[in-house]
Write a protein that binds this ligand. Sequence first.
Ligand SMILES: C[S@@+](CC[C@H](N)C(=O)[O-])C[C@H]1O[C@@H](n2cnc3c(N)ncnc32)[C@H](O)[C@@H]1O
Length: 292
Amino acid sequence: MLECRLVGAVLAEATDSLKRANIADARREALTIWASLAGLDIGQVWLLQQETADAPMVERFGRALARRLAGEPFAYVVGTAGFRTLDLAVDSRVLIPRPETEGLVERVLAWSARRWTGGVGSWGTVVDVGTGSGCVALSLAAEGRFRRVLATDTAAAALDVARHNYETVAPGTPVEFHLGAGLDPVHDAEPDVIVSNPPYLTAAEFAALDRCVRDYEPRAALVGGSDGMEQISALLFDAMDVLAAGGLLAIEIDSSRADLAWRLAREAGWHSARVEADLFARQRYLLATKES
Ligand SMILES: C[S@@+](CC[C@H](N)C(=O)[O-])C[C@H]1O[C@@H](n2cnc3c(N)ncnc32)[C@H](O)[C@@H]1O
């Protein structure tokens, strides 16, 4: 039982349970779970350690801890995930943003800064296909100087999360959210940049994932058809019609299919297609510009 104890004792017990479950950084996780439930930061929780923990809070903490010990991802238990400069709400309706996707945003920002100059609104229009939590679109709206930012997803529930994050982040540039597949909802937007982190695993790769991903994160956010290439292929062919001349197509891909993605891009007419590696030297970003 975790009731009627000092906060420090409750946290120590929770840390031991997390350690026994082989969770790395157990102490930080315990503190962060408490902090997220209490609406405090970790520093404030440190200062509470000698205080008596109130029973309802101990109960809520116990329930959250049980979810973590059952294998639920830490980000879902605390309800937030960091992405570039943003702190975003996440739950089982959306994929937890991954660090490698920050590199995709980095490339779009760098390309756009080279292509355009000037302040907010002086860059072109960008579309984020498969926005999930909104991490890519919202980062581009917050860090870039785009005139227009659009975001699509086939999952209405994911768009609800993205819209909530939009209200919290409140970037200078408005973001328009659209329900629908691929570029269908934005086919007349004439985007200058199309960016996407689409589902790109095969069904077999999904089945082999660690259960804390497979059992909790949305399958539709991870599996790109039986060969993992369904959404990438659709984007490569559709973007050729929708993207403005001289525009950029930037797609996150699975490194094990980087060659296949590059060949498909060439077949679809992207003569400038190239693949760039992430910080771990994995072939991760397919980049191509449309001829003017
Ligand atoms: C890998 S997640 C990426 C989420 C977010 N952009 C990120 O980087 O964390 C893929 C997202 O694409 C959505 N999706 C799947 N198929 C789609 C399609 N054909 N068109 C648009 N979105 C799609 C999923 O619902 C999911 O939110």
